[in-house]
Design a protein around this ligand. Structure first.
Ligand code: PLP
Length: 455
């Protein structure tokens, strides 16, 4: 296949609705990468402002991880879980459980975020059945939200476009509104809106019938679907209290926000009184060195399922030794180099710099996020918060200008600006201050180039 023929991965099709199409643009061919930089085969260098889709937490070419990868590959890459225990799986599980803390003593390892969502839902369901609550099966989710592309994950992923296409082949679960802070209904204040959203969760549980509701899944800090959305603190407390009162399991999808990105190992740590019952991780947990995801649950929950006959779930590659060893090496690098602390420090600085950019730019309407999980919202009019018209293909054009200037961006545009459009600002957790300066200079140039074109 030549570079001009495309494999089955075109962007902007009906399935990849969270991705801005790079209209009529050929993506560069990747050659190699080092730290936060990537090079194409023509020799052009790019600064990765978003860690790909928020994956490359420790940057590229990490020598310790490459060595661990080679060491494990030299021992054994694969061994059937049905026949062998594997040390890499146990080491990874122990490390993650230690980092996640009380309530997350058990770790089930899979190959990515969507698989983690599936496993979380199935574990929750089996737990309910094992407890004699077989009537519970509905998993409430937020709209918009994103929990993966497989059918079970898509059933809890809030997007009307994908729902419309896939509805016949899946059972779409009830949705409640996500507590947006910038665009609120009728422009009410964010606090009131967040209270309304928490109330909407309780109303939905009551309407569905509390005894039929199994779980509520949400991203504690939003990913691409909401652009690093952070709700007011009281929202998290209220959601926890509502779930507890109705016996509903609270699942935090930390596929994007976990593994240190927000300045804590789990974003959940920012709200200690809203600790979830289960957490999913992927992306940064192996930082792009291997496909990896996981579900964290309590010792008691897993024991109940084990006592009832064992977890009825698994994939051929679940907990494979090679991926586990790589994930363990990635997290060792995160801890030994204090990358979580760096995410907190550099994240605070990034937040300040983005606020300063917003103050002087005519098109940055909002800055939000935590640690190194941040986003900026692009608008045509900052006073009215009006997005650019869809015909301008704003986000696609900004991503294109970024490519031309050597800045890699990750973005979302909602159809017709329904929720707005934004760029994720999520560089690797290894980011240094000079690299932050370079990233901000490039971003400023990209946005002013677009603004000059658009006005
Ligand atoms: N959950 C969240 C919050 C995500 O951001 C993603 C991917 O973007 C997923 C789940 C699905 O992960 P994966 O693409 O690894 O299946």
């Amino acid at each position: 296949m030549t570079a001009t023929e495309s494999p089955f991965s075109e962007r902007g099709g009906p399935i990849q609705v969270f991705y801005a199409p790079l209209d009529a643009t050929r993506r560069p061919m990747i050659s190699h990468a080092e730290g936060i930089y990537m090079w194409d085969t023509a020799g052009k260098r790019y600064l990765d402002a978003t860690s790909g889709p928020v994956v490359s937490n420790i940057g590229h070419g990490n020598k310790a991880v490459l060595a661990a990868m080679a060491e494990q590959a030299g021992k054994v890459c694969y061994a059937s879980r049905a026949l062998f225990e594997n040390e890499a799986n146990i080491a990874l599980a122990e490390r993650v459980a230690g980092l996640a803390g009380p309530g997350f003593e058990r770790v089930f390892v899979v190959s990515g975020g969507s698989e983690a969502t599936e496993a979380a839902i199935k574990l929750a369901r089996q737990y309910a059945v094992a407890k004699g609550e077989a009537g519970r099966w509905k998993v409430l989710a937020r709209n918009p939200g994103y929990h993966g592309a497989t059918l079970g994950a898509a059933a809890v992923t809030g997007d009307p476009e994908t729902d419309a296409v896939f509805e016949p082949v899946m059972r779409i679960m009830p949705r409640v509104p996500a507590p947006f802070t910038y665009r609120t209904p009728g422009n009410i204040d964010a606090d009131t809106h967040a209270r309304d959203c928490a109330q909407a969760l309780e109303t939905a549980i009551l309407e569905e019938g509390p005894d039929s509701v199994l779980a509520f899944i949400m991203e504690p800090v939003g990913g691409l679907a909401t652009g690093a959305l952070v709700a007011p603190d009281h929202y998290y407390t209220a959601v926890r209290e509502i779930c507890t009162r109705h016996g509903v399991l609270l699942i935090f999808d930390e596929v994007m926000s976990g593994a240190g990105r927000t300045g804590r190992f789990l974003a959940a740590e920012h709200w200690p009184d809203a600790r979830p019952d289960m957490v999913t991780l992927a992306k940064g947990v192996a930082a792009g060195y291997t496909p990896l995801g996981m579900v964290l649950a309590s010792r008691g929950m897993v024991q109940t399922v084990v006592d009832a006959g064992g977890f009825m779930h698994g994939h051929t590659y679940s907990a494979n030794p090679l991926s586990c060893a790589i994930g363990d090496a990635v997290l060792r690098e995160v801890m030994e180099n204090d990358l979580i602390g760096n995410a907190a420090r550099m994240g605070a600085l990034l937040g300040e710099r983005l606020q300063a950019l917003a103050a002087q730019s005519g098109i940055v309407g909002d800055v939000r996020g935590l640690g190194l999980l941040r986003a900026i919202e692009i608008v045509a009019d900052k006073t009215t918060k009006t997005p650019f018209p869809p015909s301008r293909k704003t986000i696609a054009r900004i991503v294109q200008i970024g490519l031309e200037k050597g800045l890699l961006l990750y973005s979302r545009s909602t159809a017709g600006g329904r929720y707005g459009e934004w760029l994720m600002m999520t560089p690797p957790l290894t980011l240094t201050e000079p690299q932050l300066d370079e990233m901000m200079a490039l971003l400023t140039e990209v946005l002013s180039t677009f603004e000059a074109e658009a006005r």
